[in-house]
Design a binder for this molecule. Structure first.
Ligand code: NAP
Length: 497
């Protein structure tokens, strides 16, 4: 297929110091499903022959020799660079990437696209619309614009360029704030997106790896019809939510995409208002935005009102509806294991932070007799008073020798996996032990409870249940818990390596 006909493609960026490695990785990327490779020849540290390289790679290739001033590594003279690019055009490259100031050196050709590229590694310039028009006036075959996003509104401005484009366009923002635009550009008819397949560092902040893109996103099905969801937080790169939600969309054949939206605390409201034009239909909300999400919503569940925080926002015709699926997810995880038996159960919650708050109100509503304890007693007392539950002293927590024990502290979480909030001698087989920590899945807390023959429930169960509740609110479909759990486990295991 001609590159000019490509849609929803994946371009593997290959930036290597050695020619042999460049060729090997290019062929590997193509065999793994990349539609084309971008050969970043500016990184080569040995002499090379353009015709030999092009001949050795069996698939569409785009040749780039990026100057240092444009964010690349090329430090030799400009004429040599132009000569190499002219050779690439002549000896079988399907595309060359050149900048506006040297564009006039390259004649139009049916066989080789001339991509006019613009990179800005510090910002998305205010005059990006005017620059885009100026680039189009040079009549390239394709315009590529890649700028760093410092604000969420930069993402909106970059994606807005597609509305005025007369020539095929690849426009996206770099950086973690900009990441969603890399994927969403394909819903705007961008012919391809870039992913890294190099062992060397590519100077392209926020560029995902080829393997991650292939594992998480269903690029070929992205279109204007695709429903957009995501998780909003700061930081957000570590979130497992995109992995499990997208896996479930693909499993059910639902036309949706779920993205990580990096939004700083001060930008929450402005970002969500700006993203209405994308439009985003629902958000999972994580640290530090859960209280803000509750305040931002125009309606919410009674549980959210009590907790004062939400982890889910669903777009309705009257604004956003807020839910707290940390709370409903804890209930669902318990009910999946214990059936409908929560009424009258004795519960001790360890910790008095955000998740404890969700657990306290949810379990109280479900009819449990809730106790709470925290190493800083004041915090537990305050929450107990507000929720009208019982506060225990942290030093007396082991007197709670039966019933449901719920760890809502981060104790035992990677990397402090040898820690536990409970003395192993104080577990009994009459405990039901639930850890909200899911990294690792088997915490020391759970392992020691298991040894004492207590029933155990892990944090991944809660994570999957809260995600499944969100999935239902977002799509009106039932998620597959198995698909979500297996995908999350795979991802957690990879992170452990
Ligand atoms: P948070 O608001 O920071 O609250 C943490 C609580 O743990 C606070 O009460 C804190 O007490 C207490 N704590 C912290 N370090 C402690 C220590 N060394 N010993 C004893 N207590 C300690 O955090 P959160 O948002 O509630 O999250 C808590 C945990 O829930 C996270 O670590 C995460 O693993 C888990 N989580 C799981 C899911 C899931 O889906 N499975 C979802 C969200 C969160 P002070 O503030 O008084 O120090």
């Amino acid at each position: 297929m001609k590159l000019s006909e490509l849609t929803n493609g994946l371009c593997a960026v290959i930036a290597e110091k050695g020619v042999k490695q460049l060729i090997t990785l290019s062929n590997q990327a193509l065999s793994l499903g990349a539609d084309l490779v971008e050969l970043r020849l500016d990184l080569l540290e040995e002499e090379f022959s353009i015709p030999d390289i092009l001949r050795s790679i069996s698939g569409p290739k785009l040749v780039t020799i990026r100057r240092k001033s444009d964010g690349g590594s090329w430090i030799q003279d400009e004429q040599t660079r132009i000569n190499f690019l002219l050779q690439a055009q002549q000896f079988g490259a399907q595309a060359i990437d050149v900048e506006s100031d040297c564009f006039h050196h390259f004649q139009a050709s049916d066989l080789c696209l001339r991509i006019l590229s613009f990179h800005h590694f510090a910002e998305t310039p205010n005059n990006i619309n005017a620059l885009h028009k100026q680039f189009e006036s040079l009549q390239p075959d394709l315009v590529k614009i890649a700028c760093l996003a410092n604000k969420n509104s930069d993402v909106v401005r970059i994606l807005g360029l597609y509305d005025q484009a007369k020539i095929p366009l690849i426009a996206f923002c770099m950086g973690s704030i900009g990441f969603p635009s890399r994927i969403l550009s394909l819903t705007k008819k961008s012919p391809w997106m870039y992913a890294n397949f190099s062992l060397e560092m590519v100077n392209a902040p926020g560029i995902p790896t080829l393997n991650d893109v292939r594992a998480i996103y269903d690029l070929k099905n992205l279109s204007t019809q695709t429903d957009i969801f995501g998780v909003v937080g700061d930081p957000i790169g570590h979130s497992m939510s995109p992995v499990i939600h997208n896996a479930c969309y693909q499993f059910l054949g639902y036309n949706g995409v779920y993205l990580p939206f990096h939004v700083a605390t001060a930008d929450f409201e402005a970002a969500l208002k700006g993203y209405e034009c994308l439009p985003v239909k629902g958000y999972s909300v994580t640290i530090p935005h859960k209280e803000k999400a509750f305040q931002f919503a125009s309606s919410c569940s009674s549980l959210v009102k009590e907790i004062g925080a939400a982890n889910t926002l669903v777009k309705t015709k009257d604004g956003f509806y807020a839910e707290n699926t940390d709370a409903t997810g804890i209930l669902a995880a318990l009910e999946n294991r214990l059936g409908n038996t929560l009424l009258g159960r004795k519960v001790l919650i360890l910790g008095a932070g955000g998740v404890s708050r969700a657990a306290v109100f949810a379990l109280k509503k479900a009819g449990c007799i809730v106790h709470i304890t925290n190493h800083n007693r004041d915090r537990a007392e305050k929450l107990a008073l507000e929720a009208k539950v019982i506060c225990l002293d942290w030093n007396n927590r082991h007197n709670f020798n039966s019933g449901l024990l719920l760890n809502c502290t981060p104790v035992g979480m990677d990397p402090l996996v040898n820690e536990t909030p409970w003395d192993s001698n104080s577990f009994s087989k009459d405990h039901i032990v639930f850890d909200t920590v899911y990294n690792p899945i088997e915490t020391r807390f759970l392992m020691e409870a298991k040894k004492a023959q207590a029933i155990t429930i892990d944090g991944l169960e809660m994570f999957v249940c809260q995600a499944a509740e969100q999935f239902k609110l977002f799509t009106s479909l039932s998620a597959s818990l198995d698909v979500m759990r297996n995908t999350a486990m795979k991802k957690l295991r990879k992170t452990e390596v």
